[in-house]
Design a protein around this ligand. Structure first.
Ligand code: KIV
Length: 276
């Protein structure tokens, strides 16, 4: 099989190189999280270039207060479901807490599960300089890696919350060093989470790979949001950095109310909605 006919058979049409070229052309990257086949398909059809199966599923799907309890088995399960719905975008699996930090071997085996069993095209993990050897090894054997620096939710117990990182100059320097180390190790993109806009701009100008921002201002090469926040499903919380593009929580409550009214009025199901 020729290389071009082989690549036209690939299920995903956006590659890691496409994202790097988008940065070079100054085209902004759209990324969103997904956790199941239905939303993954809709987000893909809506035109997101990157679909991240985020470990945020620990909070928005499983109801935990942090992402810490999420397991690699759960990530593989959700990634597999999402992979059935994604045809165009780059599907990235997030590696959960303690599925990659213990050793390079542990990271390799768990990243391989995300690719082989989950059907992801790439993996993402949180961390900076300390994870450069792990990133280098994964990339060496052909697993694309997305980095994640700034506010790293898996470090919530160290921070004592999910607050802004990089506000003082020592922290900002450390985050810059982390981003440079991740890029030099061969990551194809990097998430910048909850850092000051000016720092995100400096990092974006300095490194060659695309920066995907969340709560880090408009100067990143792309933006990512937790889809449930952007869809207005998590309306028990209010986040300054989230723009709600649809009020799905209200739509769902109102649909359930109408359904209940129809059942009580005995107008559902109708003749045409029943069988002889
Ligand atoms: O888990 C997640 O959803 C993430 C994004 C917010 C970047 O890491």
């Amino acid at each position: 099989m020729s290389k071009s006919s082989a690549s036209s058979n690939l299920k995903t049409s956006i590659t890691v190189n496409d994202l790097i070229e988008m940065k070079q052309r100054g085209e902004k990257i759209t990324a969103l999280t997904a956790y199941d086949v239905t939303f993954a398909r809709l987000i893909d059809e809506g035109g997101a270039e990157v679909i991240l199966v985020g470990d945020s599923l620990g909070m928005v799907i499983q109801g935990h207060e942090t992402t810490l309890p999420v397991t690699i088995d759960e990530m593989v399960y959700h990634t597999k479901a999402c992979s059935k719905g994604v045809k165009r975008g780059l599907l990235v699996a997030d590696m959960p807490f303690m599925s990659y930090q213990a050793s390079v071997e542990q990271a390799l085996m768990n990243a391989a599960r995300c690719i082989k069993e989950g059907g992801a095209s790439a993996v993402k993990f949180e961390g900076g300089e300390e994870l450069a050897p792990t990133i280098r090894r994964l990339v060496e054997i052909g697993i694309p890696v997305m980095g994640h620096v700034g506010m790293q939710p898996q470090r919530v117990r160290m921070y004592g919350g999910f607050g802004l990182q990089g506000a003082d100059s020592a922290e900002a320097k450390k985050i810059m060093r982390d981003a440079e180390a991740v890029a030099e190790a061969g990551a194809f993109a990097i998430v910048l989470e909850k850092i000051p806009r000016s720092l995100a701009k400096k990092i974006t100008e300095k490194i060659k790979i695309p920066t995907i921002g969340i709560a880090s201002g408009p100067d990143c090469d792309g933006q990512i949001l937790v889809s449930y926040d952007m869809f207005g499903l998590t309306d028990q919380f209010k986040f300054r950095f989230v723009r709600k593009y649809i009020d799905m929580a209200q739509e769902v409550r109102s649909a359930v109310g109408k359904y209940r009214d129809d059942i009580r009025a005995q107008t559902f199901p109708s003749e045409t909605e029943s069988f002889e």
